[in-house]
Design a protein around this ligand. Structure first.
Ligand code: ADP
Ligand code: MG
Length: 283
């Protein structure tokens, strides 16, 4: 070992210069394992590089999650599919392959409160972050508030450009809160800017037929659905609330049935709006 001291010093200096703190930290332990005959030189290389890479990946993901505003991290592995038999696990796992992002499609997660819509939207967003895609997560109310503020400040175009930049935009909680007057129009401008350019995941406790009511404007709702159902995947969850799973028997029947949403209407085939890309058909 003593023979190699200068080489080891050189490795150490290189690791410092290359800014590889984790590999530097692990070096001594790895050398010991070589000495003890646990691993050979090739394995040692691998071990040090993997250590450093793992640290970087962890940091990158942490930063990207915070950029994406993904504050509560949920995963697909922590989702209990047996609790929601109406939900096709294979369909969700296929979405987790993220091809919908490359195709700039829209995924609708529909279902009553507590059925895991936000959990699944978050889990898919986390998968996208891990795969290196840029993601932005927000509720519809937050998005509309930020667009309205930008409009007041004369920076709407910049705000829309900013929200159109991520490869995936998650819009959570459509239908829970009434949309403020003019809010539907602002959201439409964002949806239109992203149309066929960036993927979206939308979650809602309301069926599409109710969007006129949700957005307080039937014309805006129709225009929104025109874009949002064109290259779309609709996942309907029809189960009961996971939050209330231990207390289901305590919920009065009229509340339980109110929570059920109308099934979405079959999207009508419409002509494409003029002036937009028409280079692909069914996504
Ligand atoms: P929704 O957005 O549909 O109202 P959430 O996704 O917020 O519901 O789910 C409510 C809570 O229950 C969350 O903490 C979520 O992680 C959990 N949850 C919901 N469904 C499941 C499930 N099938 N397996 C594990 N946890 C679940
Ligand atoms: Mg939710």
């Amino acid at each position: 070992m003593t023979v190699h001291i200068s080489t080891i010093d050189s490795i150490r200096r290189s690791l410092v210069a290359l800014r590889m703190p984790r590999a530097l930290e692990a070096l001594d332990a790895t050398l010991r394992r070589i000495e003890q005959g646990d691993i050979d030189g090739i394995q040692a290389f691998d071990e040090l590089l993997v250590e450093e890479l793992t640290l970087r990946e962890t940091r990158r993901i942490k930063a990207a999650l915070s950029m994406a505003r993904l504050t509560t991290v949920k995963t697909l592995s922590s989702f209990d599919f047996t609790f929601q038999p109406s939900l096709d696990r294979n369909r969700v796992m296929a979405l987790a392959e993220l091809k919908f992002i490359d195709r700039a499609e829209v995924v609708h997660l529909l279902g009553p409160p507590g059925t895991g819509k936000s959990h699944l939207a978050t889990a898919l967003a986390v998968e996208a972050v891990k795969a290196g895609k840029s993601v932005y997560f927000a509720t519809l109310a937050d998005i509309i508030t930020s667009l309205a503020k930008a409009e007041r400040e004369g920076t709407l175009r910049e705000r829309i450009r900013y929200l159109s930049r991520s490869a995936l935009l998650v819009v959570d909680e459509i239908g829970y809160l009434p949309v403020v007057p003019g809010g539907g129009n602002l959201f439409f401008q964002l949806v239109n800017a992203r149309y066929e350019k960036g993927a979206m995941i939308l979650t809602s406790n309301r069926g599409f037929a109710e969007w006129g009511e949700v957005f307080g404007d039937a014309v805006v709702a129709t225009a929104l659905l025109d874009r949002l159902l064109h290259h779309a995947v609709v996942v309907q969850i029809e189960g009961s609330s996971y939050r209330l799973r231990q207390h289901a028997d305590l919920i009065p029947e009229h509340v339980r049935s109110k929570a059920l949403i109308n099934p979405p209407p079959v999207p009508k085939k419409r002509g494409r709006p003029p002036g937009l890309k028409t280079d692909r058909d069914n996504g």
